[in-house]
Design a binder for this molecule. Structure first.
Ligand code: PEP
Ligand code: MG
Length: 581
């Protein structure tokens, strides 16, 4: 039995056999091919190249149609590499003279090419290295030397172990079979973590190197509450985790009984408790748990979870589905927050050394109007079906906000001219996620109908710490006093300017930090559907007066760790039911 510690990102306990995803390149064995069999290897290679070539041509055509010729040409360049006579001469030489199999020769030659390109330390050429490796992977699939990631055809309950999982890979995990996952990299604020929570999939990330030592089928326990992973547990450990899993289930059954009761404090203050969603189907969980609305719909997941770039109709259908499912309750649609760790179908920004400080989110939308316009049109069209509000992410300057608003107006005029049914008087809000927005908030407040603090990014940009990086995970705390002061300042400006404010970062879904937010004056929280029962229980167990006392004390503390210790003690005293041993 081995116990590993990582970062807990999605609560719950999962127990099951491991499925190890080797995402770190392919190990192709060097099996010598006798001279007499070389001809057979040439034929196999020929057919593999033909298959990969025709797929690249298909990709080029479909991508050019969807995203323009420039983007489609990525595949034309790959095709050129695949057909490069020097490549074929080298492959033939290795098969003929060195008696290598076609797969091994492909693996060696293309890995060498990629390595040489990377060593040139030119970011443009480093990107070409990725293209070379892509061709290698496709040829190896065709040659049957490596199998495609086995995630598509799972038949048994499984715990996925991977070096890393992207947000879109996580979004596409087969929920019927994948019980939980753990990764070597990642931090608590990354989007992979957020998707895991949305899927209610117990998960631990940032464990460090370990998967090489685990084989498929080994029993794994994922403790998403405490960030622990147990490999090959003994009977006693399995029994204790089963007990804990049972205790969690009975706690959630008890909390489920609260779903019809309002999120109201013991001294009668009503708090708006909404849900954060990534997919339309999550509205079901949100409604079942009594959400007051959708406080954050992360629409970029429409991009990340589909094979093709969504059309205006895809946007419209998704938003209509969400707003109808919420039966008149408000739905805040956040416009695309692509970039950084959430990449779309086409390279929207290339060679960024610092993608988190680069062309992401509203910046990216404003530079790619063919991406942004269809979304805005769809939002205004879907608004005829209910209470839709639009929110722009990562607003840093007034100019960005004005540009986004102007575009919304232009899109409304187009719809009007074309006689398409729509509503243009929808509330427009912005996310407060960068210190600049907090510093200038009095100005911003004059130009929006509502504000929502994204504490995940606000912590990242205030503390200069990558939210998805395991090496600095201890520094990534929304309870850091610096972040708390910024939140306090936002509440003050929201009150003085009479613009409603909500908090939709992960901080709101942590019971202790939620108490603190209430004490600072926040009256609207948005959390993943899975967290609604616990946060409602927390709200109903305290008075605002007590929360204010807690906030007053917390604001005198010097470090996130002190704040969290203090809040943990308060929760143990005020809502002891939430503490599962
Ligand atoms: C945030 O930054 O707090 C937020 C809610 O947005 P996201 O996590 O999608 O970046
Ligand atoms: Mg954000």
């Amino acid at each position: 039995m081995i116990e590993l510690q990582g970062i807990p990102v999605s609560p719950g306990v999962a127990i099951g056999p491991a499925l190890v995803l080797d995402t770190e390149g392919y190990r192709v064995p060097n099996i010598l091919v006798p001279a007499g069999e070389a001809e057979g290897e040439f034929t196999r290679l020929y057919h593999a190249c033909k298959a990969v070539g025709s797929r690249l041509r298909e990709n080029q055509a479909s991508t050019s149609a969807a995203a323009g010729e420039d983007t489609g040409n990525i595949f034309a360049a790959q095709l050129q590499m695949l057909n490069d006579p020097r490549l074929h001469t080298e492959l033939r030489r290795r098969i003929q003279n060195d008696h290598e199999s076609a797969a091994y020769a492909v693996n060696r030659v293309l890995q060498n090419y990629a390595g040489a390109l990377r060593r040139l330390a030119n970011p443009l050429l480093a990107d070409r290295a990725e293209d070379v490796l892509d061709i290698e992977k496709q040829l190896l699939f065709e040659l049957g030397a490596v199998s495609r990631p086995p995630l598509a055809d799972l038949t048994e309950p499984t715990i996925v172990l991977a070096r890393t999982l992207t947000p879109s890979e996580t979004a596409n995990l087969d929920r019927d079979h994948v019980q939980g996952f753990c990764t070597e990299t990642g931090g608590s604020g990354g989007h992979t973590a957020i998707v895991a929570k949305g899927l209610e999939l117990p998960a631990v990330v940032g464990i460090g190197r370990f998967i090489d030592a685990v084989s498929n089928g080994t029993l794994i326990i994922v403790d998403g509450d405490r960030g622990r992973v147990v490999v090959d547990p003994d009977e006693e450990t399995i029994a204790s985790y089963r007990k804990r899993r049972k205790a969690r289930v009975s706690l959630s059954e008890r909390l489920a009984e609260l779903h019809e009761l309002p999120a109201e404090t013991a001294d009668g203050v009503r708090v708006r408790l909404s849900a954060n969603i990534e997919f339309p189907h999550e509205t079901k969980a949100a409604v079942a748990r009594g959400a007051d609305g959708i406080g954050l719909y992360r629409t970029e997941f429409l991009y990340l979870s589909s094979e093709e770039e969504p059309s205006e109709e895809d946007h419209y259908n998704a938003y209509s589905e969400v707003v109808r499912a919420m039966h008149g309750r408000p739905v805040v649609i956040r416009t695309l927050d692509l970039g950084a760790d959430k990449m779309g179908h086409r390279p929207l920004a290339e060679n960024e050394h610092n993608p988190c400080l680069g062309l992401r989110s509203i910046r990216l939308s404003l530079r790619n109007l063919d991406l942004f316009r269809p979304q805005l049109r769809a939002i205004l069209r879907a608004a005829v079906h209910g209470d839709i509000r639009v929110m722009f992410p990562l607003i840093t300057t007034i100019a960005e906000l004005r540009q986004a608003r102007m575009l919304l107006n232009l899109v409304a005029e187009d719809l009007k001219d074309a006689d398409v049914p729509f509503r243009s008087d929808i509330p427009v809000g912005m996310m407060v996620e960068v210190p600049a927005a907090v510093i200038m908030l009095d100005m911003f407040a004059k130009e929006v109908d509502f504000l929502s603090i994204g504490t995940n990014d606000l912590a990242q940009y205030t503390l200069a710490v990558d939210r998805g990086n395991e090496y600095v995970a201890d520094l990534y705390q929304s309870s850091d006093p610096a972040v708390l002061r910024l939140i306090q300042s936002c509440v003050k400006i929201s009150k003085s300017s009479d613009v409603p404010l909500s908090v939709c970062g992960e901080m709101s879904s942590m019971p202790g930090r939620a108490l603190l937010l209430l004490g600072l004056g926040v009256r609207s929280l948005s959390v993943p559907p899975s967290a609604i029962p616990t946060i409602k229980k927390t709200i109903r167990s305290v008075s605002i007066t007590r929360c204010e006392e807690i906030a007053k004390r917390a604001m005198t503390l010097e470090a996130a760790r002190e704040v969290d210790m203090y809040l943990l003690n308060q929760i143990a005293e005020l809502v002891p039911e939430l503490v599962v041993e």
